[in-house]
Design a protein around this ligand. Structure first.
Ligand code: ACO
Length: 326
C-alpha cells in the first residue's frame, strides 16, 4: 500500500467581512456576548451572486498551483459541502468544468462540519489502492444561505469560505497515517436544517416555498461535541501507534473556542499546540479545518516531520480525526 500525503493546501475567503458590531445592528446581541461565548470576532459572507462552487474553484486553483499540478491531470475531485449551489449538478462537477479537469471523476460528500475529513479519508483510499494517481479534495461552504438572520442563537456563529488540498503518494513514513470516521445518528436533532417536506408531489397547486434554515440546541451540542472530539483524537492517535505527547499540532473544527479549550483540557494537550482561527471566520462548517490547516502551514505552526491531528464533529452527529505525519 502506498503512503498518501497532503502535498498542497489552498484556500479562498470571500472579501466581505461581517463583524460582531455589524451583528449588533441586526439582532439583540453584543460583541461582548459573542466573543466570550464563542471566540468569534468576525466572519466572511459570500455575495449574493458568489456561489458555493465559485468559492470551491478559487480554493482548488490555489491548491493545484501550489502542487504544480495541471488541472488536466487531476484524476479525482471530491467536494465536502452541505450548502451546494443546487441539488445537482454536484459542486464537484461544477468545479471539474471550471477547471477543465476533463479526466477526473467527481462527487460530493455531505457530512456537515466533518465533511473535509470524511472527504480526505475517502479520497485517500482511491490514491492508496492505485485507482487514481491523485485527488483534489475541497471543502466549500456558503452556509450563510442556510442561516436564519433573525435568530441570534445561530446567526452569530457561521461564515463562508473554502479550502482545498491535493493528495498524492509520498515517500518514507510521511502522509495520512491514521483515519477515524464515526457517526451518532441519535444526536441528529441537536442540529438540523428545517425543510418543508409536506409538499404533495403530484398536486398542481402552488405551494408556499419555505427557505431551509438551520436550528440548533447549542448547549446539548456543546457537551456531545467535546466528548466526540476528545474520543476521536484519542482513537486516531492510538491507530497511528503514537501517544498524545507525540502530537506537535492539533487542527480542530472551529465551532467554538470554548469547545476547543474543553477538548484540550480533557486531553491534557497544551492550548499552544492547538491551532485556532475562529476569531476571524466563525464556523465555516466543512471548510473550517481546511482553512485552518492552510493558515497553520502559512504561519509555520506545522513543519516537515510534525505529527498533526485533524479533528472534527458536525451535525448528524458525525465526528472524525486523521493523523498526518507532515
Ligand atoms: N447574543 C446574546 N445572547 C444570546 C445570543 C446572542 N447571539 N444567543 C443566545 N443568547 C442568550 C440565550 O437566549 C440565553 O438567554 P436566556 O438565559 O435568557 O435564555 C443566554 O444567551 C445563554 O444561552 P446559552 O445557550 O446558555 O449560551 P451558551 O453558553 O451555551 O452558548 C453557544 C451558546 C455559543 C451556541 C454554545 O452553546 C455553543 O457553541 N454550542 C455548540 C454550537 C456548535 O458547535 N454548533 C455547530 C456544530 S455542528 C456544525 O458545525 C455544522
Amino acid at each position: 500500500m502506498k503512503n498518501v500525503g497532503i502535498i498542497s493546501v489552498g484556500c479562498y475567503l470571500p472579501k466581505r467581512v461581517l463583524t460582531n458590531f455589524d451583528l449588533e445592528k441586526m439582532v439583540d446581541t453584543s460583541d461582548e456576548w459573542i466573543t466570550t461565548r464563542t471566540g468569534i470576532k468576525e466572519r466572511r459572507i459570500a455575495n449574493k451572486d458568489e456561489r458555493n462552487s465559485a468559492l470551491a474553484v478559487h480554493a482548488a486553483k490555489d491548491a493545484l498551483k501550489r502542487a504544480h499540478l495541471d488541472p488536466a491531470k487531476v484524476e479525482l475531485i471530491v467536494v465536502a459541502t452541505i450548502s451546494p449551489d443546487s441539488n445537482f449538478p454536484s459542486v464537484s462537477c461544477l468545479v471539474q468544468k471550471a477547471l477543465g479537469a476533463k479526466k477526473a471523476a467527481a462527487f460530493d460528500i455531505g457530512a456537515a462540519c466533518s465533511g473535509f475529513l470524511y472527504a480526505l479519508t475517502t479520497a485517500k483510499q482511491y490514491v492508496q489502492n492505485g485507482l487514481y494517481k491523485n485527488a483534489l479534495v475541497i471543502a466549500s461552504e456558503k452556509i450563510t444561505n442556510l442561516v436564519d438572520w433573525a435568530d441570534r442563537n445561530t446567526c452569530v456563529l457561521f461564515g463562508d469560505g473554502a479550502g482545498a488540498c491535493v493528495l498524492a503518494p509520498v515517500a518514507g513514513n510521511r502522509g495520512i497515517i491514521a483515519d477515524y470516521l464515526h457517526a451518532q445518528g441519535e444526536f441528529g436533532e441537536l442540529m438540523e436544517v428545517v425543510v418543508d417536506n409536506s409538499v404533495e408531489p403530484l398536486t398542481q397547486e402552488k405551494h408556499k416555498v419555505h427557505k431551509p434554515y438551520l436550528v440548533m440546541q447549542g448547549k446539548e451540542l456543546f457537551k456531545v461535541a467535546v466528548n466526540s472530539m476528545a474520543d476521536a483524537v484519542e482513537i486516531a492517535v492510538q491507530k497511528a501507534k503514537l501517544k498524545l505527547s507525540d502530537i506537535d499540532c492539533v487542527v480542530p473544527h472551529q465551532a467554538n473556542d470554548r469547545i476547543i479549550s474543553a477538548v484540550a483540557w480533557k486531553l491534557n494537550i497544551p492550548k499552544e499546540k492547538i491551532f485556532v482561527n475562529i476569531d476571524k471566520y466563525g464556523n465555516m462548517s466543512a471548510a473550517s479545518i481546511a482553512v485552518a490547516l492552510y493558515e497553520a502551514i502559512e504561519q509555520k505552526k506545522i513543519k516537515r516531520g510534525n505529527n498533526v491531528v485533524l479533528v472534527t464533529f458536525g451535525a448528524g452527529l458525525v465526528s472524525a480525526a486523521n493523523v498526518v505525519r507532515w
